[in-house]
Design a protein around this ligand. Structure first.
Ligand code: GAR
Length: 215
């Protein structure tokens, strides 16, 4: 069975959805550890309660991004994971770190990339007046919130939405697609072709584009 390490910075609801999918038997991976860059990350307690090992690599204790990334990479490598899963991990990662984990490092981002990389995605979507918003799971490349897309989920933007309402609607889809993307990886179904992900032979009606209709 493939093993994963999950990286968080805060609340950890995406991490929790992955742990729940494992507990439900819907995600055939072993969660080797949850790592955080902040000692006060709320998700650490959730992981501990679920019986998962945790580590903190506090970025504030390092003089440079490279030094932090080297310590983080060493902490991850100590668990020898097949896949590193960024789940609300809010640090820009150096080229060296991304290169070290190339092809086995994935991220979830709360927008339909390539639209709205970076922060405050929901407010920016509202400000632009887009009618469709969503989330993206992608392989990580050195560019911020960029890389071959594994799966996206779209939600409608509804009249009267504010950023909190829209964020909640998107988050519900994040919790749905991240376990799916990790499962596809674990089953060896994700292949890269010309810099794009090809999801090989879905056996469950899944596809690389999910467009739930409900609000
Ligand atoms: C999620 O919405 C995730 O997509 C986002 O942070 C939130 C973390 O929530 N990630 C990014 O913005 C990365 N660029 P969580 O801690 O409850 O999973």
């Amino acid at each position: 069975m493939k093993s994963i390490v999950i990286l968080i910075s805060g609340r950890g609801s995406n991490m929790e959805s992955l742990l729940q999918a494992v507990a439900d038997g819907a995600l055939p991976v072993r969660v080797a550890a949850v790592l955080a860059n902040r000692p006060d990350a709320k998700g650490l307690a959730t992981a501990t309660a679920a019986g998962v090992a945790t580590r903190v690599v506090d970025h504030k204790l390092f003089a440079s991004r490279e030094a932090f990334d080297a310590a983080l990479a060493a902490a991850i490598d100590s668990f020898s994971p097949d896949l590193v899963v960024l789940a609300g991990f809010m640090r820009i990662l150096s080229d060296g770190f991304v290169g070290h984990f190339a092809g086995r490092l994935i991220n979830i981002h709360p927008s339909l990339l390539p639209a709205f990389p970076g922060l405050h995605t929901h407010q920016r979507a509202l400000d632009e007046g887009v009618r469709v918003h969503g989330c993206t799971v992608h392989f990580v490349t050195p560019a911020l919130d960029h890389g071959p897309i594994i799966v996206q989920a779209a939600v409608p933007v509804v009249d009267g939405d504010d950023a909190a309402r829209l964020a909640a609607r998107v988050l519900a889809q994040e919790h749905r697609v991240y376990p799916l993307a990790v499962r596809w990886f674990a089953e060896g179904r994700l292949q890269l072709c010309d810099g794009k992900v090809v999801c090989a032979a879905p056996q469950d009606g899944g596809s690389a584009l999910i467009s739930p209709g409900g609000v």
